[in-house]
Ligand binder design. Structure first.
Ligand SMILES: Nc1nc2c(c(=O)[nH]1)N[C@H]1C(S)=C(S)[C@@H](COP(=O)(O)O)O[C@H]1N2
Ligand SMILES: [Mo]
Length: 552
């Protein structure tokens, strides 16, 4: 018989005979007591959950920050999310998608914790076992992460769950302990109120402390990476970028700046915790099929090699027509083909046995790039600098790959640590295992930056302006259409290089009423941007960007 039933049954049976008014009063008190105890049981569940997570955080400081349960479970959830859902999340939450995911996980855990508390009130052992079960899920997630360092990664979840389970067992014990009954207060005295209060308060305090210390320690390990980045002095490039033509940047209000500042550059990756890599201990390995000599480089090795500086526009395959996931930066790095040549790699067109270059990051991401593309003379590089500073942590410090003309997911490995020469037949990298195409050159796209959708410009001359991109082919022409009217050529800003986007503008004689503006670009191979709308999955969205405005 569950101990929790004792306190209820006492007053009920004593209330069978007394006169009506007393019975009513007692019933009210019983109900209130039952409610209170239910609430306290639920609270015990919450406290147990909180203790599990905070102690896990503390233990993760001794293992590694990424091994904490929410990060591990979140990472596992990201990896198992179907491409369509991931796309929907990116579309709706943008770069807040990870915050939303973490909030979702915490909320789910909180609800489960409440339920487990209520369950434990009736079945104390089962409740404690349920907490352990959650711990097992967290442990499994942490151990099986691609960047897991082994069984130790399971320790934070496991030890956290043990703390939580014991705590729940103790708290529920206080809540259901048959206690000395003292006359009229019998139902209220049916549990160890004082013991519960002490245990709950102590648990809350200890958990808060554990969480705070864990956080602080985890923050400290990030400081090494930050410090090593601050110590970097990028050498002047041996091959500087051709200065951008002054006319590359139009003076039109509302157009995207030609060069995207680092702090507003779009960010797309699966990392719940940004990898904090200490440049001092970083190594890059090149190996695999057709490699005559395995190579290993330190960060200093790369800095002391000939450096190139190039203007390259990056684009994400998840960018919707008209979307924000494109950005431009000036990159400094080592030419990738130099390193591959040194390793004795030949491109497939010269008889090399490897056609796929698989890059791996410190957080276990894998990306696959055609070897042919990185050795065909384009400025594929291992970048160390972005817009004049060392790579920001969020953009891949210390080293990332950049390949003009290819979507990020098949080329732009951040926090890179390994390059393996293999074949497309032999290996499917991360995104390819998840419905995305093996090869993905960037599709020709154009975007209206101004006026904004549903804008209300005044009648007269309205500047329509935006950007167009077809990296590594270059933009030849941009055209604008008002409603179903004829296509009219826009004025093109100067092209940086074929690897950059290109700005355009069009002075439109706007007449009052509702209008639809549509843009399309033509690349330098003469191909006109297709009208055919496709989804982002599997190899990038296509179609024309339109904006509807009301002219006043
Ligand atoms: N390690 C790692 N590298 C990664 C990714 C990732 O998830 N992990 N995402 C890729 C994708 S999909 C894109 S579009 C680019 C984005 O680079 P950015 O965040 O610097 O803009 O990084 C690529 N490199
Ligand atoms: Mo991407």
């Amino acid at each position: 018989m569950p101990a929790g039933a004792v306190g209820v049954r006492g007053p009920m049976s004593s209330g069978t005979n007394p006169p009506a008014p007393r019975l009513r009063m007692t019933t009210v008190r019983i109900t209130r007591t039952a409610l209170t105890r239910g609430a306290l049981a639920a609270l015990s569940g919450l406290l147990a959950g909180f203790a599990s997570l905070t102690f896990a955080e503390l233990v993760s400081a001794a293992v590694r920050p990424e091994a904490s349960p929410v990060t591990a479970v979140g990472g596992a959830a990201i990896d198992r999310t179907p491409a369509a859902v991931k796309d929907w999340a990116i579309r709706n939450f943008g770069e807040d998608d990870k915050l939303v995911l973490q909030a979702g996980i915490l909320l789910t855990l909180a609800l489960f914790a409440l339920a487990v508390g209520l369950l434990a009130r009736r079945h104390r052992r089962t409740g404690a076992a349920a907490v352990l079960l959650f711990g097992v899920v967290g442990t499994a997630a942490a151990v099986s992460r691609p960047d897991s360092t082994g069984l130790v990664d399971g320790l934070p979840s496991l030890l956290g769950a043990v703390v939580g389970a014991v705590l729940l067992y103790v708290l529920i014990g206080r809540l259901t302990a048959p206690h000395r009954i003292a006359g009229e207060q019998e139902h209220e005295a049916g549990w160890d109120r004082r013991g519960f209060l002490i245990a709950a308060t102590a648990a809350a305090a200890a958990s808060t402390a554990a969480g705070a210390v864990g956080r602080a320690l985890n923050g400290r390990s990030a400081q090494d990476a930050v410090a090593s980045r601050e110590a970097v002095r990028l050498p002047a490039p041996d091959s500087p970028a051709k200065p951008l033509p002054a006319g590359a940047q139009l003076r039109v209000r509302g157009i995207s700046p030609f060069t995207t500042p680092n702090d507003t550059f779009y960010r797309v990756d699966t990392a719940l915790v940004i990898p904090k890599v200490d440049a001092g201990s970083w190594r890059l390995r090149i190996h695999g099929r057709g490699v005559r000599r395995d190579l290993e480089f330190t960060y200093q090795d790369l800095l002391s090699r000939p450096l190139i500086e190039r203007e390259i526009t990056l684009t994400c395959v998840s960018n919707e027509v008209g979307g924000p996931y494109a950005g431009h930066a000036r990159w400094i790095g080592v030419r990738l083909s130099d390193l591959l040549n040194e390793a004795g790699v030949r491109s497939p067109s010269r008889g090399g046995p490897a056609d796929q270059l698989v890059t791996r990051s410190v957080d276990g991401m894998t990306l696959g790039t055609p070897v042919e593309d990185v050795m065909d003379g384009r400025d594929a590089m291992l970048a160390v600098g972005m817009n004049g500073e060392p790579l920001p942590l969020a953009h891949g410090f210390p080293v990332r790959m950049v390949v003009p003309g290819l979507y990020g997911y098949v080329s732009a490995c951040k926090w890179i640590e390994d390059i393996e020469l293999t074949t497309f037949d032999d290996y499917d990298p991360y995104w390819v295992k998840r419905e995305w195409a093996r090869k993905a050159p960037i599709k020709t796209q154009s975007r209206i930056d101004t006026p904004k959708p549903f804008g209300r410009p005044e009648a007269g001359t309205v500047m329509v302006a935006g950007v167009a991109w077809a990296q590594h082919r270059g933009i030849e022409k941009v055209e604008i259409r008002v409603d179903e009217g004829p296509w009219r050529p826009a004025q093109l800003a100067e092209q940086g290089t074929v690897d950059t986007w290109r700005q355009w503008s069009h002075p439109w004689k706007a007449t009052p009423g509702g209008h639809t503006l549509t843009v399309r670009a033509t690349d330098r191979t003469g191909e006109v941007q297709t009208e055919k709308r496709t989804k982002t999955v599997p190899d990038g969205a296509s179609g024309w960007h339109s904006v509807v405005v009301t002219v006043e």
